[in-house]
Design a protein around this ligand. Structure first.
Ligand code: RIB
Length: 311
């Protein structure tokens, strides 16, 4: 079966705790609810694509523990192909502790666990040669084994003429900006937020930073601006698309949902403007419940939302 999108990167269990506000260093704070959710940026994207009605696969690594088996069950429920998922017998599943403050902003403390051991030798690169999009999470560039695997997949996909997207991620922009810069020419579509753009371009103005990143070889830049929507840049076009107004409960995974919506728009041949609007809608809906995947919409929900949504 030909898959539309294959994502490579992290699969985590997210332990989510709503708190009143972040404590200072050495402080204490209580939560009245602790929730377990399936997460991980690339894994979330593959689930979002599937909910929107396109086929998807995920390449990553989980531990052979209850958390890993929980994630496997979730992938199966969501009809995401996990034929290339690896199971680590020694290292545990990636785990994120996520504190959500009252305005819905999330702060994460993470253990990447088995994710970083993704083994290039165990991947059949043929898996990504016949897909519409290979989506790479920037987290893969942070550690050696996972990076090797991602770069081999990138090379295989490029060789086969497959469209490649990359979602940078805050830590990658701060700790591995050079690694991102070194592959920009091989990337068709780059997703990043304002902070990531500034770090990557070393320019303290997100729009100017995005312009400069475009000049360095990537074909399209999608700048995610949270409550201000998005700014899309290609060689021929500049598109500004405002965010939709929703009640924000938890921003975790909002960027993954946006990226999934944008990719669906591109795969279906919508122009940048329409793809941006669709992506903003998917991203907006996704942040209305706690957990990265709880509010990921199906196609019909997006279409209904777009009929009445306010900016
Ligand atoms: O992008 C959101 C994801 O980032 C969360 O689900 C968490 O697991 C972290 O990887």
């Amino acid at each position: 079966m030909k898959l539309s999108v294959v994502a490579v990167g992290d699969a985590n269990v997210d332990l989510i705790a709503p708190i009143a506000s972040l404590p200072g260093k050495g402080g204490e704070v209580w939560t009245h609810r602790l929730e377990r959710h399936a997460g991980g940026s690339a894994a979330n994207l593959s689930v979002a694509i599937s909910r929107l009605g396109l086929s998807s696969g995920f390449i990553g690594r989980v531990g052979d523990d209850p958390f890993g088996h929980f994630l496997i069950d979730e992938f199966k429920k969501e009809r995401v192909d996990i034929g290339q998922l690896q199971i680590d017998k020694e290292v545990g599943t990636g785990l994120m502790f996520i504190a959500i403050t009252e305005e819905g902003e999330r702060t994460m403390y993470g253990f990447r666990g088995a994710n970083v051991n993704l083994s290039a030798g165990e991947i059949d690169v043929g898996y990504v040669k016949n897909v519409d999009v290979l989506h790479i999470s920037g987290y893969t560039l942070l550690s050696e084994a996972q990076r090797k695997a991602a770069l081999e997949l990138l090379e295989a996909a490029r060789g086969a003429g497959v469209f490649v997207s990359l979602d940078v991620g805050v830590l990658t922009a701060m700790e591995a900006a050079d690694r991102v810069r070194s592959i920009l020419r091989s990337i068709d579509l780059l997703f990043l937020n304002e902070l990531e753009a500034e770090r990557l371009a070393r320019i303290e103005d997100p729009e100017k930073a995005a312009e400069s990143i475009l000049e360095s070889g990537v074909k399209t830049v999608a700048l995610k601006r949270g409550s201000r929507g998005c700014f899309i840049l290609s060689r021929e076009q500049r598109v500004r698309s405002p965010a939709f107004r929703v009640n924000v409960v938890d921003t975790t995974g909002g960027g993954d949902a946006f990226a999934a919506g944008f990719l669906v728009g591109i795969i279906e041949g919508r122009g940048l403007e329409e793809a941006a609007r669709f992506a903003n809608a998917v991203g907006a809906l996704a942040v209305t419940k706690a957990g990265a995947r709880s509010a990921l919409p199906v196609r019909q929900e997006v279409e209904e939302f777009l009929k009445t949504a306010k900016i």
